[in-house]
Each structure stands twice: as C-alpha cells, then as structure tokens.
Design a protein around this ligand. Structure first.
Ligand code: CUA
Length: 327
C-alpha cells in the first residue's frame, strides 16, 4: 500500500536543459553548446593524434628493444601547449562572464510578477507578497510573451539549511542560503508544467523537494490568483473535522486563512486541495494518501518534521474529510 502511495502515481516529465522555454535557460543552452563544441574539437584533435601515434609508432616485430629518443626542452612545443589551452580558457571565461552578466543585470520590468520562494526541510514555501497568496511546492506564473514580457522575479530565502532552486527548463541553479537573499528570474514563453528539484543536498529527504512551475495563459493565471485569494471554504458538513483540527497542535505549524490556524512552520493549507501532491511530491494529494500522511507522516517521508499525532481512526476520518474541503 505504501508503494502505491509513492511517486508511481505522480507522473513528472524529466526536465532537460536542452529543452529551454525561458530566456536564462535559452542563454545557458547556447553557452553549453559553445562549450560542448570547443570540447568536442579538442577531443577529436587529441583522440586523432593519440590514435595516429598508437598506430604509427607501435611496436613491430624486429624492432630494437631499446628506449626511443627522448626530447627535452623544446621551447616551441612547450609554448604551444601552454598558450593554446590558456587562450581557450580565457575565451570560455569571457564568454561565460558575459552570459552571467547579461542574465543577472536584467532589471525588473513594470509588468513583472514578484514571488518569494523559501526553502524548507523538505518543501518549498511560495509567497506572492503583492497578491496576498501563500502556497507550497507549486509555483504558478503567467506565460511571458516576448513581445509583451511578464517575467517572474523570484526572491530566494531559506528557513533552515542550504537548498538549491533549479528548474532546468527555465533558469540556472541558484543556491537558497540562510540569512542571504538570492534572486532568479524566469520568463516562460509557453504554458505547461516545468519540473524542478532541490539541487543541493539538504538532509535525508533532499530527494523529495519536488518543485513544479505551472505556467498559465494570462487569463487562466488571473483566475488562479482570484481562487487562491479567497479565504478557506467553511463547509458545515465537516465541522467536526474542523473543530478537531483547530483543537490540535496542527494550527501551530499550518495556516488556514479565516480560521485561528496561523502557523508558519509548515505549508499553508488554505487551498491544500488545489495542489497535486503532498509532502513536496512524496505522495499524490488524494484522500487515501492524505489520511495515511496525517496518520504517520514519517512512513511516507522518513525524517519529516511533521509529528505523528496519534489520532484515533474516527478522528483521522474526520480530519481527512475536513482537509478534503480545503479547495
Ligand atoms: Cu533542499 Cu536539497
């Protein structure tokens, strides 16, 4: 049953840096091709010379069994094999510096969306300070038409250890460091879901820090914003579950807007059911998985900071029923 709850049900495409859809990622692919091209030329030249030497100067029957002539102190040869690699490294350095500068100096235009992503062990908090939205593990952004760009500028912070924010199809890696603010920007040109993952080992569940960037057409994004801005649904049919939730220590870590639950250590649950996975991709967001998660989080995600609440079966049912209404 555990296996069933795990990632098998969560289809995520494998992201590739060779399939970029955003300016920084396109620039990185360009640079990668240049570096790969130069490396390929060096490889072919070195391999060809090595192969020629192996064949041309191989040991033949009847050869005298003595050391071949030794060559020392050829200034021409030594200068050549020092200067040529040095020039190649200088070219690579200058071109790379130019790309980094071009990506980093980009100023935030008026139509940009501002988002703060906070790395946590082991999930991503996603805040939209100007829109009053807080969510987790799913970064929703509008598509950015190159003619009328609406890029997203991401401020990166960490609540605990060093993580790394990486969505290969959208931008380069950027470390997420405690007490330091880093920035990246993306301008995805096509709607779709782009998968990212923490790229810096940050503890036992480093592998379960799935980040999904969902790029919407503008009108669809505006509808998502409007839906997220509404307070939590207060469904009277699940009042038992809500009372239970509010009576437990759940509220010290989780926020459900419009209720006394205002904790900030765990993911905001106001619109929990709008998300595809729970526990940053460790399980699908279904009734069965939610119930198993609340019952024993450490079974699905060993090392998780959410404690086991030791609830009775009927309490688990009530609590799950309540969570399922948080659309
Ligand atoms: Cu967070 Cu690895």
């Amino acid at each position: 049953m555990l296996v069933e709850l795990k990632a098998t049900e969560i289809a995520v495409p494998t992201p590739s840096i060779f399939d970029p859809v955003s300016t920084p990622a396109l620039a990185i692919r360009e640079l990668s091709f240049l570096v790969l091209g130069i490396s390929a030329i060096i490889f072919v030249v070195v391999a060809a010379v090595a192969a020629y030497t192996l064949v041309r100067f191989r040991s033949r029957p009847g050869d005298a069994r003595r050391e071949p002539p030794q060559i020392y102190g050829s200034t021409q040869v030594e200068v050549a094999w020092t200067v040529v690699p040095f020039l190649i490294v200088v070219v690579l350095f200058l071109v790379t510096a130019r790309y980094i500068y071009a990506i980093e100096r980009r100023a935030m235009p008026a139509g940009a969306l501002e988002v703060t992503v906070v790395g946590n062990q082991w999930w991503w908090e996603i805040r939209y300070p100007r829109l009053g939205i807080v969510t987790a593990n799913e970064l929703h952004v509008p598509v950015s038409d190159p003619a009328r760009p609406t890029p997203t500028f991401v401020t990166l912070q960490s609540a605990d250890v060093i993580h790394s924010f990486w969505v290969p199809q959208l931008a380069g890696k950027m470390d997420v460091i405690p007490n330091k603010t880093n920035r990246v920007w993306i301008d995805p040109r096509a709607p779709g879901t782009y998968v990212g993952q923490c790229a810096e080992y940050c503890g036992t569940q480093h592998a379960w820090m799935l980040l999904e960037v969902i790029v919407h057409p503008r009108d669809e994004f505006d509808r998502w914003v409007a839906a997220q801005q509404t307070p939590a649904v207060a469904d009277p049919t699940v009042s038992a579950g809500r009372e239970l939730f509010l009576s437990l220590s759940c509220i010290n870590c989780h926020t459900v807007r419009g209720t006394p639950a205002n904790g900030v250590f765990g993911p905001d649950l106001t619109h929990l059911m709008s998300r595809r996975t729970i526990a940053a991709g460790a399980a699908p967001n279904t009734r069965q998985a939610l119930r198993a998660w609340v019952d024993a989080p450490g079974v699905i995600k060993p090392g998780v900071l959410m404690p086991q609440m030791k609830l009775a079966q009927n309490e688990l049912n009530e609590l799950t029923a309540y969570l399922l209404t948080l659309r």
